[in-house]
Every structure is written in C-alpha cells, then in structure tokens.
Design a protein around this ligand. Structure first.
Ligand code: ADP
Ligand code: ADP
Length: 218
C-alpha cells in the first residue's frame, strides 16, 4: 500500500508538491494524472527515497522507503526508461540488478518473458526503441516480485499495441493483488487502465475519485 500524507516538496523557491494526500490500496490500479510539471515524478521520487520530503510523509507498506527491510521485494518502479546503459545486453542489465539483490538468473528470464523481451534478451539495449526500453524498465521493476509498483509515464513512446499491452499488464498486476500507481498526463490513457484517479495540478490534489464516478458525470 502507498500512503502520501500532507506531502510538500520544495526545490529552492519551487513548490513541486504542495500538501498532497492520497492512498493507493492493494489490488487496484490508481492513475496519477496531471499535466507536465504537476509534481507526479517528484511524488514518486519521495516515495522511492530518491528525494527527501520538505514536510509530510510518503509511505510504502507503512514505512519510509529507507526503512524497508528488503526494498526490491517490496516496491518496484519505472522512472526514466531512457536512462539505461546502451552497451549492455538486456539479460546482463537485469542480471546485474538481480545479482546485487540476491535474485537468481531464472527470475531474470521470467521477467523478460513477461514483458515480451525474451527474444531480444541477448541484444544490446543501445539498439532498443523507447518502447522496448519501457518494457525493460518494467521488467526491472518486477524482478523482486514486489507488492507495490510505480510506473512514471510508461506509455510514453509506445504504439497502440504497446499502449494496450501496458493496460493489460496493469490490470493483471492489480488482479494479482498488487498496489499499482501509474502516472500519465493524458486522461484518455487512464480511463481504461485505472480503477481510481488521483488528479493533481501544481502539486495539489484536484480530484481523488473512481473512474466510474467520473464517467457518470459526463
Ligand atoms: P511531473 O512529473 O508531473 O511532470 P515533476 O515532479 O517532474 O512533475 O515536476 C514538478 C515541479 O518540480 C516542476 O516545476 C519541476 O520543474 C520541478 N522540479 C522537479 N524536479 C526538480 C529538481 N530536481 N530541481 C528543481 N526543480 C525540480
Ligand atoms: P534521514 O531520514 O536519515 O534524516 P533523509 O535524507 O532520508 O535522511 O531525509 C531527509 C529529510 O527528509 C528527513 O528530515 C526526513 O524526515 C525527510 N524524509 C525523507 N524521506 C521521507 C518520506 N518518505 N516521508 C517523509 N519525510 C521524509
């Protein structure tokens, strides 16, 4: 489960996140929706211990990221899919992450299969399209079989088949009982993917609702 309580994050004079509160429950996909610059990535970065909160709290499974006993087993994330070292082969990239976390190579093969990259496991990441990099980043997030998953704009750079694939994967992960938070700046991407929507603008909560409730207003 994810709990964000009165979270504020400032970068100098910029308030990236401004008193934001919301929860994401197990077994659901929550769409984290807002225009570019709204504070979605920053919120995820604080949840993942990559940025410190200015005030408030961002908790995963009841604790701060830094306090999790086995982080990779509890939470997985896709943040910046472009940022993979291109010289490595897909299998070796994941193998390195797995090894440094005590995860066996059989699991690497499993996650590559799950994201549809088994056929290019021995190819260098440098030749991958953005969509393939997104899949590789998702595979990395799944390595530790975590109950909590965060994906920052995973649909960026995907063709319609890729978008459909992401939607089905998100639904499957929730059906497995996982807690899924997925960000997007496009409402149209979220309506078939998410159960709930947390909509933010300028770091503040605009709406926290179910997709069904929102659809009923149109
Ligand atoms: P989103 O993910 O919704 O596009 P971000 O969380 O990336 O939004 O950004 C929220 C605001 O915080 C923006 O105004 C952005 O410029 C600012 N911001 C994000 N990261 C930093 C940083 N490391 N230093 C300074 N400002 C930042
Ligand atoms: P520490 O927590 O050891 O003081 P950090 O660099 O992790 O050091 O955090 C710096 C500050 O940001 C601390 O004052 C801490 O309270 C706060 N902080 C970090 N992560 C979180 C979080 N997930 N929720 C709330 N506050 C946080």
């Amino acid at each position: 489960m994810i709990e964000v309580r009165e979270l504020t994050k400032r970068y100098g004079g910029t308030v990236a996140v401004d008193g934001l509160s919301f929860e994401v429950r197990p077994g659901t996909v929550t769409g984290f929706l807002g225009p570019n610059g709204a504070g979605k990535s920053t919120t995820m970065r604080v949840l993942l211990g990559l940025a410190a909160a200015s005030s408030g709290e961002a908790l995963v499974n009841g604790g701060r990221y830094a306090a999790l006993r086995r982080p990779i087993r509890e939470v997985g994330a896709l943040l910046d899919a472009g940022a993979v070292h291109g010289g490595r082969k897909a299998f070796d990239h994941l193998g390195w992450i797995a090894r440094s976390n005590g995860i066996g190579s059989r699991r690497v093969a499993e996650v590559l299969e799950r994201v549809g990259l088994a056929g290019v496991a021995r190819k260098r990441v440098g030749g991958f399209s953005l969509g393939m990099r997104q899949r590789l980043g998702i595979a990395a997030a799944l390595l530790g079989d975590p109950g909590v998953l965060m994906f920052d704009e995973p649909v960026n750079g995907l063709d319609p088949d890729g978008v459909r694939w992401i939607r089905e994967l998100m639904r499957a992960l929730a059906a497995e009982g996982r807690t899924v938070l997925i960000s997007s700046h496009l409402m149209s991407e979220m309506e078939l993917t998410a159960d709930r929507l947390v909509v933010i603008g300028r770091g503040r909560l605009i709406a926290d609702t179910t997709v069904r409730e929102l659809a009923a207003r149109f």
